[in-house]
Design a protein around this ligand. Structure first.
Ligand SMILES: [Zn+2]
Length: 90
C-alpha cells in the first residue's frame, strides 16, 4: 500500500509540476478569428511609393508621375501649375 501511495503521490506531484510549467507559458487566452489575423496583416503590405528627385525642380516626387510642384515630366512641361492652383481655389 505504501508503494502505491508513493507512486500515486509522485504522479500527483508530477501533474502539479506539469500544470505549473504549463501555466507559466505565455499562451493566448482565446482563439483569434480569421478576420482578426487578416485585419492585422493588412498593414504588412502597405509600402511607401518610390520617390525620385524631379528633373526640373529637384523636389522629391513619386516616380512615373507629373511633378505636382512645377508640372514637368521627363524634362517637358506637361501641366501648368498656375491652372492647377486656380482649380484648387475654385
Ligand atoms: Zn518639379
Amino acid at each position: 500500500m505504501t508503494q502505491d501511495f508513493e507512486s500515486l503521490a509522485s504522479c500527483v506531484m508530477c501533474l502539479v509540476s506539469f500544470e505549473k510549467t504549463e501555466s507559466s507559458m505565455p499562451n493566448p487566452k482565446r482563439q483569434h478569428s480569421k478576420q482578426r489575423g487578416r485585419k492585422r496583416r493588412t498593414h504588412q503590405g502597405v509600402v511607401l511609393p518610390k520617390m525620385q528627385p524631379c528633373s526640373h525642380c529637384g523636389k522629391q516626387v513619386i516616380s512615373h508621375r507629373v511633378c505636382p510642384f512645377c508640372g514637368h515630366y521627363k524634362k517637358n512641361v506637361v501641366v501648368t501649375v498656375e491652372a492647377k492652383e486656380k482649380k484648387a481655389k475654385d
